[in-house]
Design a protein around this ligand. Sequence first.
Ligand code: MG
Length: 384
Amino acid sequence: MIPSLPAFAAVVVAAGSGSRAGGAKQWRLLGGKPVVRWSVEALLKAGAEDLVVVVSPESNAEAEAALESLSGWRLAPGGVTRADSVRHGLSALGGPADRPVLIHDAARPFLSGAVIQRVVEGLVDAEGALPALPMADSLRRAPDGFVAGSVGRDALWRAQTPQAFRMKTLLDAYAAWPAGEPATDEAAVVERAGGRVRVVEGDPRLMKLTFPEDFAMAEALIPRQIRVGQGFDAHRWGPGSSVWLCGVEIPHDQTLIGHSDADAGLHALTDAILGAMGDGDIGDHFPPTDPQWKGASSDRFLVHAVERLAARGGRLVNVDVTLICERPKVKPHRQAMRDRLADLLSLPLDAISVKATTTEAMGFTGRGEGLAAQALATIELPIG
Ligand code: MG
C-alpha cells in the first residue's frame, strides 16, 4: 500500500485474443508467473480497494488459475471491443462517483507503484492522467519504404497504461462517445468529452507485449539472482549385479541398497537443486515410507526438482557431481553420465560435470561399505 495515496479502484483489461502475439498472451508465463498476474499484484500491492479483471467468458477458468491465491479481485465479462470491455468493467466496479479508477492493459506486466502513484496524483488538477514516454528516436515518414520527410517529435508522447479518471468523468465520457466509432483508449474518450488529460512520467519497463519476440525481451528485464545449492547422499553396498549412478546402469558385482534405485548421484543432485530453491529435500517430496517410490527410477526425482524450478520462473545454470568410491571405476562411464544428465536437465554438456574420487581406502567408502555422492547446483531465480 502506498502511503498518502487516495483510495482508488482498477479495471484490468485481459479480454484480448492476442492474435499478434500468437495466442492469448495474458495467460502466458513470464518469469514463472502469468502475465496478467503481474499487473493485478502490482495494483493490489499499491492499495487498490476494488479491482475488476475483464476477461472473455470462455477464459474464466484460465483467469482464476492465473490469479489463484490472490484476494481482492473479481472477474467481469469482456465485450466485442476494448471500449465495451472497459464499460463492462466499470459497471461491475460501481462505487463512489468521484473515486479514481485506473484502466490498465494486462499486456503491460511491469507496472510499478511509482507509476500508479503518478497517475492517481495526476487527477489533482485534471480530468484524466496517463503515463507516457517522450520520443527518443527521430520520426520519419516512409510510406513506400523510402524516406519522405520527417515528423517533429517535440510534442509527441508514447502513451502507456494505467490511465486514471474519476469514475463519473469516464462514465459520462463513454455515454457521449459516438456509437460505432472505435476508441483508441480512455484518454481519447475523455478528451473528446472536453476533459483535460494530463501526461505523467511513464516507465520504459511498462512495455506492451505485442509480438511473440517481446516475451524474450520481457524475460530479460526480470531481475534475477544467482543461487547455489548443495546435496550429499550415501548408500550401502549389497548383493547385486549392477549399480545405477547418475542415471546410468553400470555392470558391477554389487549394488547399492535403498528404497528407490539408490542412485546416490541423482539423489545428491536433486537435493542440490531443491536446496538452491529453499524447497526442502528429496525426502520431503518423495517420502521413503511411501511404497510407490519402492524401486523407483531416480530420474523422476530429479525431473520433479527441475519442474519445480521452472514453475518459479527459474533455470539451472550448471551442476557438478562428485562420486566417492573405490569401485566401480567411474571414468569409463563418465561421458554416458554427462550425456544422461544433459538429457534430463536440458543443459549443454559444458554445464555438466561428473567427477569421481576415492578416499585412499579410508572411511566407509574406502572400506567398500558404501558409496557417497556430493553435488552442487547453480540456479537463476526471479527476485520477488
Ligand atoms: Mg539416497
